[in-house]
Write a protein that binds this ligand. Structure first.
Ligand code: 5GP
Ligand code: ZN
Length: 114
């Protein structure tokens, strides 16, 4: 657990979240400020700053995280598709430095993003 990290605290159960999937490696929960009818976040329990550092260190964990993202999207009814986003770094719009996948769906999403 990294001191001061919000998502480490959520993974540890120290800060509540609306959890839709939990296993020994990853957690999926509802975004507190959803931007689509389905807006979930999927995180590894262990702290990595972003998707690149996670994948360099633990490629199988990235694979598991993406598998879980697909499963929770299906469980939320995203049969028509969904978007998987890893905002990365300041220019990428990342505001929390613990890697997380956004799972967005439940409506027709626009492209390109801003
Ligand atoms: P980022 O901007 O880093 O890609 O995404 C961070 C996401 O975390 C945002 O969509 C934001 O709404 C969400 N978020 C921030 N604080 C909390 C919180 O305390 N609980 C939950 N469930 N989501 C949060
Ligand atoms: Zn963390």
């Amino acid at each position: 657990m990294t001191e001061g990290c919000l998502f480490c605290a959520i993974a540890a159960g120290a800060i509540p979240a609306a959890v839709v999937h939990a296993d020994d490696q990853v957690l999926a929960f509802r975004d507190i400020a959803p931007t689509a009818p389905v807006h979930l976040l999927v995180i590894p329990r262990s702290h990595y700053p972003d998707i690149v550092s996670l994948t360099t260190a633990m490629p199988h964990l990235t694979g598991h995280l993406i598998d879980v993202a697909g499963r929770v999207a299906a469980a939320e009814g995203c049969a028509g598709g969904f978007r998987l986003v890893f905002n990365t770094g300041d220019d990428g719009g990342q505001t929390i430095g613990h890697v997380h996948a956004h799972v967005l769906g439940g409506r027709q999403l626009q492209w390109p993003p801003g």
